[in-house]
Design a binder for this molecule. Structure first.
Ligand SMILES: Nc1nc2c(ncn2[C@@H]2O[C@H](COP(=O)(O)OP(=O)(O)OP(=O)(O)O)[C@@H](O)[C@H]2O)c(=O)[nH]1
Ligand SMILES: [K+]
Ligand SMILES: [Mg+2]
Length: 405
């Protein structure tokens, strides 16, 4: 823990500070800057016992907190803006971001995987901008982004935190590079910094529908028993968002935080792989323990240990791969696909060939009709259902409801 706070002090001087956090954002209610209001509410939440009697109050506080955080991330005047060195054009079929504390070996990993020289050195904040590289895997072109080290407070603008996190939000996958000699707090702190800006790691969008209505108040329906959330808490949260009339349908046992995610919007659900680098510094049994953790890969860039496995874990599966899996010729007739599952914001969503699928996604391929084909020189509609990267393929003749795997 201590070493991370040292890093944070250093960041202010060596990186020059993010700037925008220094600007005071006056909150609508209450005194102090937005940052101070956020700290006050976070303190109140941590001091409030979590039980049925306080659920409503906590819901209200959490909704207020979310709104304040959003205000901070969308500063109205000054400080925000684009920073040179972070405007990297998106290329390829997918974008992977290397995120981690300083000096964990992000740049070393980028250089090792892509051949692009990104300066690596034994001091913190060697990397100050976004350095892109490209890797090819199973014909998929992946853009790999090396990023400056993150520090605690990054989401509030410390260091170049805001730019780093904004770039991370544009990624399809996050490789969280971790120091295997440090404890789990590093992973929790980084996850929190990313969560603060709406990035959700290895989670699915909550199965909740909220439809604003013109009148009639709140109509609340749950199809499963709810252990952390109820109609009263729902109403409190909605009130904070000035939503007094709405139909709410809850299809999973959500928490109030997950419900706020739905209401607040602008969340990014990203796959995250935890990469423990420098395992050459560990004993064999320690390596074994880390390697057994979920979504984790152990590597040593210095000793070139386990690269292949890392790439295999990152295997991406696009709609195009799904089409090719059925038949090459289908690609010529491809019009678009309907996708159901965690890779899309709305199920189903119309997607193109480059869309990256998640495990358990359901895909229905729509072919060009004869008329469309004739028109575009090159038509009929059939359905095909494919489930994500643990590939299961089923063929369907008609474009009916999708088959769920
Ligand atoms: N022992 C060991 N050292 C490594 C390994 N990989 C990288 N390093 C060293 O760790 C130091 C930091 O590496 P960088 O690649 O600069 O780390 P970074 O995460 O990009 O650092 P910042 O850009 O400063 O955030 C360098 O001295 C590397 O040589 C490894 O697998 N084992
Ligand atoms: K470094
Ligand atoms: Mg670096």
């Amino acid at each position: 823990m201590a070493s991370f706070s040292t890093s944070s002090a250093k960041a202010g001087s060596s990186v020059g500070g993010g700037g925008w956090a220094k600007a005071k954002h006056q909150s609508a209610g209450g005194g102090g800057s937005t940052l101070e209001r956020i700290q006050q509410i976070e303190l109140e939440i941590s001091r409030t016992q979590k039980n049925k009697a306080t659920a409503k109050h906590l819901g209200e506080l959490k909704a207020k907190l979310c709104k304040l955080k959003r205000d901070m991330l969308e500063p109205s005047g000054g400080g925000g803006g684009k920073v040179a060195g972070f405007e990297v054009q998106k290329i390829g079929d997918a974008r992977i971001g290397l995120v981690g504390f300083p000096s964990v070996g992000k740049s070393s990993l980028l250089t090792a995987l892509t051949g692009v020289q990104s300066e690596a050195a034994a001091y913190e904040f060697t990397t100050l901008t976004c350095i892109p590289g490209v890797i090819y895997y199973n014909d998929i072109r992946i853009q790999l982004l090396d990023l400056p080290g993150l520090i605690v407070g990054a989401s509030t603008g410390k260091g170049r935190g805001r730019q780093v996190i904004a770039t991370a939000k544009s990624c399809d996958i996050i490789l969280m590079v971790l120091d295997p000699t440090k404890d789990d707090a590093q992973k929790e702190m980084l996850t929190k910094e990313l969560e603060n800006v709406g990035i959700r790691l290895n989670k699915k969008p909550p199965d909740v529908t909220v439809r604003p209505t013109k009148g009639g108040g709140l109509k609340f329906q749950a199809t499963v028993p709810l252990n952390h959330f109820d109609e009263e808490v729902c109403a409190t949260v909605l009130k904070q968002y000035k939503m007094h009339n709405a139909d709410v349908l809850v299809r999973e046992d959500v928490t109030v935080d997950e419900f706020i995610d739905v209401i607040d919007g602008n969340r990014k659900y990203c796959k995250c792989i935890y990469v423990y680098n420098k395992i050459d510094l560990l004993k064999l049994e320690e390596i074994d323990e880390l390697a057994r953790r979920p979504q984790s890969v152990v590597v040593s860039v210095q000793n070139k240990w386990n690269y292949d496995y890392l790439l295999r874990r990152n295997k991406l599966f696009t709609v195009e791969n799904a089409v090719l899996l059925l038949h090459k010729s289908l690609l010529e007739d491809f019009k678009h696909a309907f996708v159901w599952g965690s890779s899309v914001k709305q199920s189903p969503q119309v997607c193109g060939k480059d869309h990256i699928l998640h495990d358990q996604d359901v895909v229905q391929i729509v072919k060009l009709t004869q008329a469309e084909k004739a028109k575009a020189l090159h038509g009929k509609k059939t359905g095909t259902t494919i489930a994500g990267s643990n590939i299961k393929v089923e063929k369907k003749k008609e474009d009916k409801a999708p088959l769920k795997s």
